[in-house]
Design a protein around this ligand. Structure first.
Ligand code: ADP
Length: 611
């Protein structure tokens, strides 16, 4: 696997490879970008040559004693040429913007889609998220590498072509003039870069400082924090933190600026030395009569121009190097291998009766970077249509078990099997089609109620089915009361006329969504957490109707909520501590019975307190 450049190691892709990548991308998305860049290079070189030759040409004509009319015509031609080139340059510059934005947007879209489609473990992997954020920062704006690289490449090519032309010209005076100019420019560039590069070398530190400051800004606008700010009076604390982080960043910035000042002073010193020596030689040659007035002006102008090209080449290379590092991260994220099969694998058997058997065979699982197994040597067979309850204390591993069953993670030991076949053989997206779920943390989209239930839009929404599911989930009455019924927008983040539902109503809507999918296996992870006791008991009573023929896995930390299930698993110490029906487990008088006793005492006392 290619190395990640975020680890301060060598980037996986070099400068040339990244330039080629961008050119290929433009060839695919918007060929115009390439022809416009070629046009800009031509204009840049032509403008510099016209500027270089205008005065010497006029002087030559004056020396030749041409008439004022001819002189005026020459000046007019130069002026027209220059105007045409500059106008062309401005036109191309303005127009290329759209093409460049299109290429950047295409790369951005690819990155977003990649995150939406990547294997689930990546979405919880801090390193992947960090690299993804870094990659997307490279595409944020016109001045970020995903777009600015075109300007750098165009500028660099212009500088290289002009450099070659000036080099040929100055070699006519004496090779050492060109050598001196090149050496001084290179020395100035490398020393300056070393100093100016301080900020680049400290970019991680800068990123951290910016992140801290921005975090304070984002958090202070967070509606969830609004209540805390008021109730706990945390305004002064937030302000103090913000001031602290701002001060730290300002100190860092000032330090960087001081380094830049030194770099500028060095530049001025070297330019003085270089120009002094080259101009001195030209003046001496002119005084000795070795150079005519026109040649003198030509070479004089060429010296400063040449320096500019050399410096331009070095700074262009430096800029391209920096941009290339970031483009490399973008490509490395795209290269990250997927741990699951996507788009290939064995076709998954489709059964009309939805009767699939799931099995965990000697399954162990440790989270990446974890020091011990969350689950260890778990064996479990879930029969087709079985209603299974999984209980256990917080952090016991119930959700992890579900993540393995659903195929969000592969076990680190053992196998997950569907009808006896290891699920790793199947296309993982096919496998997901067999599951429906209400997770603890659910996400709703800014769309209508119906769209949120159907997870589709327009004609793809089966309205009668939506209403049937809303009824079964017990939220239909609430939706009927809304101004536009099922077409009411959910939430007000995007649509100002949207409606916010309470936690319990949202949870029921999510239940309707799970029912709508009508998948063979339904997973309900604490689906009653936001429901009131009456709604909770209502759900328990309807549980069999709701889940029908489907296999269902019901997770809860409320032991009493498992009575309606065929089998209960108690997860403890990374394994299945006990299993059986609720009654059998109580009869056994083990851990489950003990925990149940504690919970029921608490609930009874709670109920008496309520009375
Ligand atoms: P439960 O659902 O029973 O409350 P979980 O399965 O969510 O428990 O968590 C089991 C253990 O795994 C906990 O110690 C938790 O901290 C850890 N854990 C859960 N998710 C992750 C994750 N993405 N990365 C690392 N550890 C995790």
């Amino acid at each position: 696997m290619k190395q990640s450049s975020t680890d301060k190691q060598k980037p996986a892709y070099g400068m040339a490879s990244n330039c080629a990548f961008m050119i290929r991308r433009a060839w695919k998305d918007c060929k115009g970008v390439l022809s416009v860049c070629a046009g800009l290079i031509f204009c840049g070189v032509a403008a510099s040559l016209l500027e270089l030759f205008v005065v010497p040409s006029i002087l030559t004509e004056v020396e030749r004693g041409v008439s004022p009319g001819e002189l005026c015509r020459l000046i007019l031609w130069f002026t027209l040429g220059m105007t045409a080139v500059r106008a062309m340059q401005a036109y191309l510059d303005a127009n290329t913007l759209f093409g460049r934005v299109a290429v950047r947007s295409g790369l951005g879209l690819d990155l977003h889609l990649r995150f939406c489609r990547t294997a689930f473990p990546h979405t919880e992997d801090p390193d992947y998220i960090k690299r993804l954020k870094k990659a997307s920062r490279c595409l944020d704006s016109n001045s970020d590498p995903g777009e600015a690289v075109w300007k750098t490449m165009t500028g660099l090519a212009t500088n290289v072509v002009s450099f070659v032309i000036y080099l040929l010209l100055l070699s006519q005076v004496g090779p050492w003039v060109a050598g001196l100019c090149a050496a001084c420019s290179a020395a100035g560039y490398f020393a300056g870069e070393r100093i100016r590069g301080w900020r680049y070398r400290h970019r991680e530190e800068e990123g951290k400082l910016i992140h801290q400051r921005d975090y304070m800004i984002v958090r202070s606008r967070d509606p969830y924090l609004a209540k805390d700010i008021r109730i706990f009076g945390i305004g002064p604390w937030l302000t103090e933190l913000y001031d602290k982080y701002t001060r730290l960043y300002q100190d860092f910035y000032a330090k960087g600026q001081r380094y830049c000042l030194w770099a500028d002073l060095l530049d001025v010193g070297l330019a003085l030395a270089r120009n002094g020596a080259a101009y001195g030689l030209l003046i001496a040659m002119a005084l000795r009569g070795e150079l005519g007035a026109a040649e003198f002006v030509l070479y004089f102008t060429a010296v400063s121009g040449f320096t500019q090209w050399v410096a331009g080449i070095f700074s262009g290379l430096g800029e391209l190097h920096r941009q290339s590092l970031e483009l490399s991260v973008l490509r490395e994220v795209a290269d990250t291998p997927e741990p699951f099969r996507f788009g290939d694998g064995k076709p998954l058997p489709v059964k009309e009766n939805h009767r699939y058997q799931l099995e965990l065979r000697d399954v162990s699982f440790r989270y990446p970077g974890g020091s011990e197994d969350t689950l260890s040597h778990v064996n479990l067979t879930i029969r087709p249509g079985e209603k299974l309850a999984v209980v256990g204390k917080n952090g016991a591993g119930k959700t992890t078990l579900i993540k393995l069953l659903c195929g969000f993670y592969d076990p680190t030991g053992g196998q997950v099997l569907l009808d006896g076949e290891d699920i790793r053989q199947y296309d993982r997206r096919d496998y997901y089609r067999h599951f429906s779920a209400v997770f603890q943390q659910f996400s709703v989209m800014a769309g209508t109620m119906a769209e949120n239930v159907a997870q589709a839009a327009g004609e793809d929404v089966d309205l009668p089915r939506v209403w049937d599911c809303l009824e079964r989930a017990g939220v239909a009455d609430k939706i009927r009361e809304l101004p536009k019924r099922e077409n009411t927008q959910l939430g007000r983040e995007v649509y100002l006329d949207g409606v916010d539902l309470s936690g319990g109503q949202l949870q029921r809507l999510m239940l309707a969504r799970a029912l709508y999918k009508n998948a063979p296996v339904v997973v309900l992870d604490e689906p009653t957490a936001a429901l009131d006791p009456i709604a909770e008991s209502d759900l328990y009573q309807k549980y069999s109707d709701l889940t029908g023929n489907c296999t269902s896995v019901y997770i809860s930390h409320r032991l009493a909520s498992t009575r309606f299930c065929d089998r209960v698993l108690l997860i403890e110490n990374g394994g299945i501590a006990e299993e059986g029906t609720h009654e059998a487990l109580l009869e056994r008088g083990g851990r489950y019975a003990h925990l149940f006793e504690i919970q029921s005492k608490y609930y009874k006392e709670g109920a008496m307190d309520d009375e």
